[in-house]
Design a protein. Structure first.
Length: 201
């Protein structure tokens, strides 16, 4: 992050199942970098990341119980919603019938059965977010934490946060934003953290 060490304020960030919290970064670059740490795409310089009491700091992305709803939904535009879900649900040695059953179950759960054959550009913004959330929940390793990205220039993320909390009462939802004012209604003041400068040792 520009050669400057960053940390969270207050530290540590703790989030219980069934609740939402917000992490505020100074800009989209820092917000992306923080989300990448949670997802395992980057490794932290220090500190630990734990989910359900287990440390996942050094685990590969596929081994983490952390899902992602990207800003703008991040669906592959040339595929239908069903095909986007299929990519997430497929795993080694999984029978096609199992994958299909998981997609059918998740589509019902998220109430998106009506546009499984639609392409992302044919959907409203909130519908794309529901599809992205369903895709994240279809993963072979079911998430316990859902990271929802909120970025300036994209539509609001509120629909994804509400849907995630409704879909699974055991899911913790963490919004990572570059603009606190966009998501001020999503969490109480005690559930806001900021990415801040950390003094070098």
């Amino acid at each position: 992050m520009h050669g400057v060490r960053r940390g969270l304020s207050p530290d540590p960030l703790t989030l219980a199942p069934g609740h939402a919290a917000v992490v505020v970064a100074a800009d989209s670059v820092e917000a992306d970098a923080f989300a990448d740490l949670l997802l395992g795409l980057e490794m932290p310089v220090g500190g630990r990341i734990c989910v359900g009491g287990e440390e996942i700091t050094m685990r590969l992305p596929a081994e983490r119980e952390v899902g992602l709803v990207p800003a703008g939904a991040g669906l592959l535009p040339h595929l239908t919603v069903e095909q986007n879900l299929t990519l997430a649900a497929r795993g080694d040695n999984l029978a096609p019938s199992f994958v299909h059953g998981r997609i059918t179950f998740m589509a019902r759960r998220m109430d998106i059965q009506g546009f499984l054959r639609s392409r992302p550009h044919e959907l409203a913004h909130d519908e794309r977010l529901y599809a992205a959330l369903a895709r994240a929940l279809c993963r072979h390793t079911p998430p316990k934490v859902m990271v929802v990205e909120d970025r300036t220039g994209y539509g609001p993320c509120h629909a994804a946060v509400s849907a995630a909390l409704r879909a699974d009462p055991g899911l913790a939802v963490l919004v990572v934003t570059d603009d606190r004012t966009r998501v001020a209604s999503l969490a109480s003041p005690s559930r806001f953290w900021e990415v801040a400068h950390v003094a070098q040792p």
